[in-house]
Ligand binder design. Structure first.
Ligand code: MF3
Ligand code: CO
Ligand code: CO
Length: 288
């Protein structure tokens, strides 16, 4: 008989009294569910730090929303993000992150994510663009992205942008305290498929706050009751990438830095992202 290996992420120092919170997490862990490591539960001080980073990150995206226009280059968006962030005594997290060269990701049409701003790339009527900003303030991270439609676009693109936004919403609503990452993945997948869209599987949301990318991987497809347990005090993103065609993606061969991700079939892709705090009653958005 093989002994099922349980991942024992939750640790209680020897001799220390168990709190009710410890007991509840341990009861899941002992039944073989994947539970968070202790450090993924943020302290009140950390939560306030992430919240403050979120306020600046939202300010950046609001600025982009006011300024973005047809004919603008994606490099100009980068400049707006860099200057606003620095003026607020914060740091744009993408800049120099694992070799990423700019302060923001700007992903147009069939670019799924990690589009790199360029001086020779101009927004055109009908384009759909995702602007993804992450701000570091006093060492704390907040991460969010929005879609913008340039002028008038096709009904298909309008629908894709709307469905992607709804996917973030249904994922958020599926996230009750003591639910699982798989629950939100299931809800997102169901909503996308019902609307004839697909969900990118190779990139996911993530824990965030003390670092840019922490555990858990927040997959946007899944089975209910699987993946990591989501408990009050965890901070993570949900950021479904929704494609009009197939879910498959590839690296852009024209990007020597190997950051830019495209849809494999050239179809359009849309994404919305927030940073969330799990509370006793459900998710609180930290990037509004
Ligand atoms: N902001 C992205 C995310 O949502 C990560 C971008 S990494 C970068 O996780 F280096 F490209 F900025
Ligand atoms: Co993110
Ligand atoms: Co992001």
């Amino acid at each position: 008989m093989a002994l099922k290996r349980i991942i024992r992420n939750w640790k209680v120092p020897k001799g220390q009294e168990l709190t009710d919170f410890d007991k509840k997490i341990l009861s899941y862990q002992n039944r073989g569910f994947l539970v968070p490591k202790n450090k993924l539960i943020k302290t009140p001080e950390q939560i306030e730090g992430i919240r403050a980073a979120g306020v600046i990150n939202t300010g950046v995206l609001d600025l982009v929303e006011r300024e973005i226009h047809i004919g603008m280059s994606t490099e100009e968006i980068d400049k707006l993000v860099y200057e606003y962030t620095m003026d607020h005594h914060a740091i744009p997290a993408p800049l120099n992150y694992e070799g990423y060269p700019k302060s923001v990701c700007t992903s147009i049409n069939d670019v799924v994510c990690h589009g790199i701003p360029r001086a020779d790339e101009f927004l055109e009527e009908g384009d759909i663009i995702n602007v993804d900003c992450t701000t570091i303030l006093n060492g704390y991270y907040a991460d969010a992205s929005r879609m913008f439609i340039m002028g008038k676009t096709t009904p298909q693109r309008e629908k894709l942008v709307r469905v992607a936004k709804e996917c973030l919403q249904v994922g958020m609503e599926a996230c009750k305290p003591w639910s699982f990452v798989g629950d939100l993945g299931y809800a997102i997948q169901k909503h996308a498929h019902k609307n004839g869209c697909s969900v990118v599987r190779d990139l996911c949301g993530h824990g965030v706050g003390n670092e840019f990318h922490e555990e858990p991987d927040v997959e946007h497809v899944g089975k209910k009751g699987t993946g990591m347990l989501l408990v009050p005090g965890m901070v993570f993103t949900i950021e479904p990438m929704i494609n009009g065609g197939s879910w498959e993606v590839c690296l852009d061969e024209e990007d020597p830095l190997e950051w830019v991700i495209l849809t494999l079939d050239g179809s359009d892709s849309a994404q919305w992202e927030h940073t969330f705090l799990m509370t006793e009653t459900g998710l609180e958005i930290l990037t509004y």
